[in-house]
Design a protein around this ligand. Structure first.
Ligand SMILES: Cc1cc2nc3c(=O)[nH]c(=O)nc-3n(C[C@H](O)[C@H](O)[C@H](O)COP(=O)(O)OP(=O)(O)OC[C@H]3O[C@@H](n4cnc5c(N)ncnc54)[C@H](O)[C@@H]3O)c2cc1C
Length: 592
């Protein structure tokens, strides 16, 4: 199996040449000191740890998994040591608030580090990922005292974070949760209930684990309006910050699961555990969503990271394995057969993965740049525009990147034939691992309903119109280059298709309440394909303008493959979307 290689050249190309991040950072208050040299050094240093320390753990972690004994969880071999190295390097603090020991780096840079961390080992990467998510929620909504006590220890990795939302009967519909929080006279709360599927809810890598838990007060309104957010530590810190008594929460069991087997997926029992309110009473879901907007992108990035390694493994295999002759005649006459790489169908699979992976990389950096603008600008108008773009594209970044990453991983597994199905070559692990990214942090179906309902129909298409105006500006400014590349016309046609179908869906939404749910996933895929087309067009223009080399030439050719073979999928999606919900709802329940 190929060793994981961080795609540094592509990361630099996207960050610096195509999306010109340093210019953006320097225009934003608080990011002025981050220049290209600093950013390049950050990604290079992170790459060393990911390739040399974390990636080598990936396979054994999948085989050995985590072990539970009397409430304690033992992590796979090497995880504790790697966690130490990761934190000694300060990587957990990269995007954190400098007021509490964070480094305040832009999301568009942090996201590249996230890709390599998750690419190296998803199971391991989930621990810092959840800690970063918990820190964001705490930083945005916690009291000063909570922030002072917890954030420095969490940025340093001494304490890790977990997000406790799901219960056995409440996943998507969090309004149904039953965990209750009883107020105490000292201002704290006691929590009672059971949470399931809690990633890294218990483990042996950090000395304390900080749970952010959704629960209801005794007099809370029903449904989602009655949910509050609480911080519940495994060990309650003493006033000087040192570890105090063990709190009344325990990991009751670990789930056995399809993938990310190196991570602990915990049942967490709260039996009067002491907790503190984060944010306002009954505003728990809103507090979680502040964080989730920021973190959902990471789930897409996570999927892409693993799909990149699957692609590298498949390319190496396709170069070495010889089977049959090329339809164009022998390419390797001194051997009895040609390498797999000569076969058009194998190239289709590899190019599909390459085009979705590299398109996805440009897309997540693009979305992360808008997150940076929303967070760091002083200009109210720009902030609003950035918040709009983030609102529109976050569900696409989570769901489209992960759906396409899964497709890429399956295509790369197929390149191996039967060898992709057995353990030896490592390909089946990528497929199993990536699959969860389509499910957790809100299923992709639910992301699509958010895009369709709240972001598109409720705004009468206004957020999309702002976005497409930017795409049109780009097309006008690059008319000649796009025409030379034969990308201008198909991009303009794709934008028109998206606009037309959006108007049709908005107009039809009121007629049948089922139309939104029926259209949502296909609509998200349509918008995702057009977004990748926009970014592929940008990449091709920059590549075309540079001095010719194999990397840039490959970019232009992959862009042309994307436009020729993947973008046309939108025509099929549009045709299906036009047919609405009627045939989906026609079948009687008993007919299933
Ligand atoms: C390995 C793993 C790790 C996880 N980590 C965490 C964690 O750290 N913290 C945490 O809190 N949770 C975690 N989860 C839980 C995860 O976020 C939920 O499983 C997920 O949100 C879906 O909830 P559910 O499983 O209850 O499915 P359900 O909500 O029962 O949904 C089942 C199906 O119905 C669909 N559906 C539901 N409602 C609607 C609707 N209104 N319209 C259309 N379709 C709908 C869904 O899209 C889905 O396809 C994890 C899960 C797994 C498997």
């Amino acid at each position: 199996m190929a060793d994981y290689r961080v795609p540094l050249q592509d990361m630099r190309f996207v960050l610096f040449d195509v999306l010109q991040s340093p210019q953006l950072w320097q225009s934003l208050e608080g990011l002025g000191e981050v220049d290209e040299d600093t950013a390049a050094a950050v990604v290079e240093e992170a790459a060393k740890i990911c390739e040399q320390v974390i990636a080598p753990l990936n396979r054994e972690a999948d085989e050995v998994g985590c072990h539970w004994s009397s409430g304690d969880v033992t992590t796979p071999p090497g995880f504790r040591e790697a966690y130490q190295v990761f934190n000694e390097g300060g990587w957990g603090a990269l995007g954190g608030n400098p007021a509490y020991g964070g480094m305040g780096m832009p999301k568009s840079l942090v996201s590249a580090v996230e890709e390599m961390l998750q690419g190296a080992c998803m199971s391991f990467g989930l621990a810092p990922m959840l800690t970063a998510g918990a820190c964001l929620a705490l930083d945005a909504h916690g009291s000063d005292q909570l922030k002072e006590t917890y954030l420095p220890k969490m940025y340093s990795g001494e304490w890790s974070g977990a997000m406790d939302l799901t219960e056995p009967h409440a996943g998507t519909d969090l309004g149904l949760i039953r965990t209750r929080a009883e107020p105490q006279t000292d201002g704290s709360y006691r929590l009672y209930g059971t949470k399931i599927f809690i990633t890294w809810g218990e483990h042996d890598m950090a000395e304390n684990i900080v749970h952010l838990v959704l629960a209801k007060l005794p007099d809370a309104p029903t449904g989602t309006r009655g949910i509050s957010l609480f911080l519940v530590p495994k060990f309650v810190p003493a006033t000087d910050g040192s570890l105090g008594p063990r709190n009344a929460l325990v990991c009751g069991a670990l789930e056995k699961k399809m993938g990310i087997k190196g991570s602990a997926t915990c049942v967490m029992n709260f039996d009067g555990a002491q907790g503190w309110l984060v944010g306002e009473v009954n505003q728990g879901l809103a507090c979680m969503f502040t964080m989730m907007n920021y973190e959902r992108v990471v789930v897409g990035i996570q999927a892409l990271g693993a799909a990149q390694w699957a692609y590298q493994n498949a390319v190496d295999y396709a170069r070495e394995r010889v089977q049959s002759r090329s339809p164009a005649g022998p390419q390797n006459p001194q051997h009895e057969a040609d390498p797999l790489l000569v076969h058009p169908d194998v190239r289709r699979m590899l190019l599909t993965a390459k085009a979705y992976n590299e398109g996805g990389r440009a897309f997540y950096v693009y979305v992360a740049q808008w997150l940076d603008m929303a967070k760091f600008t002083d200009d109210a108008q720009l902030r609003q525009r950035a918040q709009n773009r983030v609102a529109l594209l976050t569900p696409v970044a989570k769901a489209f990147i992960s759906d396409m990453a899964f497709e890429s991983a399956v295509a790369c597994q197929q390149v191996f034939g039967g060898h992709g199905y057995i353990r030896e070559w490592g390909q089946e692990q990528f497929v199993r691992d990536i699959r969860i990214t389509q499910i957790y942090e809100g299923t992709n179906g639910v992301q699509a309903m958010d895009l369709m309902g709240r972001k598109t129909i409720a705004t009468d298409g206004a957020l999309l119109a702002e976005y497409l105006a930017e795409v049109r500006e780009f097309m006008t400014a690059n008319e000649v280059a796009l025409a030379t590349l034969s990308l201008g016309e198909p991009l303009a046609a794709a934008v028109k298709t998206l606009e037309g179908i959006t108007r049709e869906l908005i107009d039809r939404a009121a007629a049948d309440p089922c139309n939104i749910g029926a259209a949502a996933v296909e609509y998200l895929h349509l918008l995702g394909h057009v977004s990748y087309a926009y970014l592929w067009a940008k990449m091709a223009c920059v590549a075309q303008a540079g001095d010719t080399n194999a990397f840039l030439d490959g970019k232009v050719k992959t862009a042309q493959f994307y436009f020729a073979h993947l973008l046309p999928r939108i025509e099929g999606l549009a045709a299906s979307l036009k047919n609405g919900a009627a045939t989906m709802m026609a079948l009687g329940e008993e007919q299933f």
